[in-house]
Design a protein around this ligand. Structure first.
Ligand code: MN
Length: 189
């Protein structure tokens, strides 16, 4: 199989109490794994794409034949987004110093993340002129597909928080700010 589930750089309980171990385990080993399986299934139908990276495919969805284009978009986007998401988390207390340019956007970010209707992601992206911006995408769409550089992203699908926070998405968003890997954010900037 072309893509495999990445190993997390921390244990499932490492983000407690902000993100609980059961949610992390199901999210990683079931949800993320399912995106990868379906992405691999789709790519198996298009051997001509063998030399294309996932980034290239997401950045130019028209490269894929129409019959698998939505699978690349949804499951490829799911694999890409989740792989990025895990990397940008780390246990609280070992996560470095929050970056003021990001904190300046916290209020706007939280508001957009709370109000995003249905399933999707909230992002901080970097524009070509270096400015930072808050964005959201529905489903598993990724800013990469719009040519944007991702600095930070938050999964606001219910599967990311429902076991612990139920309908209290705002509490999950607040909690997430405690487990951001600021060293990695700093490198992305
Ligand atoms: Mn997810």
């Amino acid at each position: 199989m072309r893509y495999e589930l990445p190993v997390l750089p921390y244990s499932y309980n490492a983000l407690e109490p902000f993100i609980d171990a059961q949610t992390m385990e199901i999210h990683h080993s079931k949800h993320h794994a399912a995106y990868i399986n379906k992405l691999n299934e789709a790519l198996a139908k298009a051997p001509q794409l063998e030399d294309k990276t996932l980034e290239e495919l997401l950045n130019n969805l028209d490269l894929a034949p129409e019959e698998i284009r939505s699978a690349i978009r949804n499951h490829g986007g799911g694999h890409y987004n989740h792989s990025f998401f895990w990397e940008m988390l780390t246990p609280a207390g070992k996560n470095g110093t929050p970056i003021s340019a990001i904190l300046d956007l916290k209020e706007e970010f939280n508001k957009k993340a709370v109000n995003l209707f249905g399933s999707g992601w909230a992002w901080i992206i970097k524009n070509e002129n270096g400015s930072l911006e808050v964005a959201t995408t529905p489903n598993q769409d990724t800013p990469l597909s719009f040519g944007k550089k991702i600095i930070l992203g938050l999964d606001v699908w219910e599967h990311a928080y429902y076991l612990k926070y139920q309908n209290r998405r705002a509490e999950y968003i607040d909690a997430w700010w405690n487990v951001i890997n600021w060293q990695k954010v700093s490198k992305m900037l």
